[in-house]
Design a protein around this ligand. Structure first.
Ligand code: 5AD
Ligand code: SF4
Length: 486
């Protein structure tokens, strides 16, 4: 399921800090990332500027483009005005995300019309979905390529730099899918994403991902483990395995590890202190993965398990293939294995045909499942998705009703999230220090295994270390604490 929560979507749709999945995982580098090399004597020949929209898959893909383009001498710049190459990695999960891309592209199109010499590219899911239509719509754009173009980005950029208009929306052969192994030069922090699969074989009726990212292919586990080793050698301590539906990892390939076996193998690698993963599908959460919560202390006490709706009627229409009861049974089994598990989820409100009673079922699930945070969205009709048929039948939920439901969900979630953070007050917890606090000098931040962000006075030499802290105050999305010495 969806490794595609928004990394840079508007925060209106979520009650988690920041927004979307990137807030539950190591902080996403937003529009610009990675400084130019310090003290470089001469300016590099070519500079690239990225803007990444969407989920952690896109953040990861941008990293792989960064890595590959570095081999051709492209250095990342933080200043879009000095870039020779501008690449938008786009998201089409909801209409808002598409609109954002359109807005961000505007100034560059204007620059080009005024004669600026820059290669302008649109990558990612909007590119895959719209293809040639984007080249037609934006004469200033030089290249359009989907997620499957990422492994060939050097070739595509080279052609565009020679003055060709480039279009690549071919989906690659799954059996020989060329997962990129070059490490992202910007992955120098405490946490890193590692992709384990691409695409999705599910067909949830609201979702455009199977169209934009194609069917599922699992990355060979030996390659995954090599990447993890490479990252830990750089000092990375927390690995987040990403895929659209990680639980089905390896199942289509004879002799491949299962997802549970992959978890054990990653935990075996020296230097891996924490393992997170996203996203998993409730239907496919097997006993072997649940057992891993008993066996592997590295597996964190936080799980993002998108439920989408608490109503069986809506779940059926979404083609999620589980019921509310089955979801709760999975949660119970997980809590049996890991009593302090913090559960987060994704919710869609206003799905076609959702009645007041259906929505009440969703609301009551918040309590029943004990979600400590959630990403919540108003249903957004996506081109070519099966749910459009329900709208044709007249089942559309009026926008004002959907908005009211979203507000009701988010208000209740905020209260629950705050209560959860406050429940830590007075207790001592371990945090893995990620870096300086965004707001205060002399304050560092790190997360508990359960993913609560705690800000603590302290110095930067603690970054990358796991330290005990006493939580003094819980807020809606984070907590404050103090170091426990000795
Ligand atoms: N409308 C609204 N939300 C959507 N999501 C996926 N597709 C849509 C859509 N068409 C949400 C789901 C998913 C999350 C990443 O985005 O909740 O889990
Ligand atoms: Fe997730 Fe369903 Fe979309 Fe697949 S089709 S990415 S499981 S929401």
């Amino acid at each position: 399921m969806s490794a595609h929560g928004p990394a840079s979507d508007p925060p209106t749709s979520t009650v988690l800090s920041g927004d979307g999945a990137a807030a539950i995982h190591p902080p996403a580098r937003e529009s610009v990332s990675g400084p130019s090399p310090e003290g470089a004597a001469t300016p590099p020949a070519r500079r690239v500027w990225f803007q990444t929209f969407g989920c952690q898959m896109n953040v990861y893909d941008t990293g792989k483009m960064r890595a590959q383009l570095a081999a051709d001498g492209y250095v990342e710049t933080t200043d879009p005005d000095e870039a020779d190459l501008v690449l938008f990695n786009t998201c089409s999960i909801r209409e808002k995300a598409v609109d954002k891309m359109d807005g961000a592209l505007g100034p560059f199109r204007k620059d080009k019309r005024r004669g600026r010499d820059v290669v302008l590219g649109i990558a990612g899911c909007v590119a895959q979905q719209e293809g040639q239509a984007l080249l037609d719509k934006y004469p200033e754009v030089d290249m359009v390529f989907g997620p499957d173009g990422v492994p060939h980005v050097r070739r595509l950029v080279a052609r565009a730099a020679q003055g060709h208009r480039v279009l690549d929306t071919d989906l690659l052969d799954l059996d020989t899918y060329p997962f990129v192994s070059d490490l992202d030069p910007a992955d120098q922090g405490v946490g890193a994403f590692v992709t384990i699969q691409k695409g999705c074989d599910n067909r949830c009726t609201f979702c455009i991902v199977p169209t934009t990212r194609g069917d599922e292919a699992s990355r060979p586990s030996d390659q995954i483990l090599d990447e993890v080793r490479g990252l830990t050698a750089r000092g990375v301590r927390e690995i987040t395995l990403i895929g659209q539906n990680v639980n089905s990892y390896g199942l289509k390939v004879a002799g491949e590890r299962t997802f549970a076996q992959l978890l054990y193998a990653v935990a075996d690698i020296q230097g891996v202190e924490r393992i997170r993963y996203t996203t998993s599908h409730p239907r496919d959460m097997g006993d072997d993965v649940i057992q891993a919560y008993r066996d592997l202390p590295q597996l964190t006490s936080h799980l993002h398990l998108p439920v989408q709706s608490g109503s069986n009627h809506v779940l059926r229409r979404m083609k999620r293939f589980y019921t509310r009861e089955r979801y709760l049974a999975v949660v119970e089994a997980l809590r049996d294995a890991r009593p302090d598990l913090a559960l987060t989820t994704d919710i869609i409100v206003g799905f076609p045909g959702e009645t007041d009673e259906d929505f009440a079922e969703t609301m009551s699930l918040m309590e029943a499942a004990g979600f400590v945070a959630s990403f919540s969205f108003k249903y957004s009709p996506r081109p070519g998705t099966p749910a459009l048929k329900l709208i044709d039948r007249g089942d559309e939920v009026p926008a004002a009703v959907a908005s009211a439901r979203l507000t009701a969900w988010q208000t209740a979630q905020r209260t629950r999230s705050a209560a959860w953070a406050r429940s830590y007050e007075g207790s001592v917890v371990d945090i893995l220090v990620e870096g300086p606090s965004r707001h205060d000098d002399g304050v560092i931040c790190g997360r508990t295994s359960s993913h609560l962000m705690v800000n603590v006075p302290g110095s930067l030499d603690l970054v990358g270390r796991t330290i005990p802290v006493r939580v003094t105050r819980g807020f809606t999305h984070s907590a404050r604490g103090e170091r426990v010495v000795g």
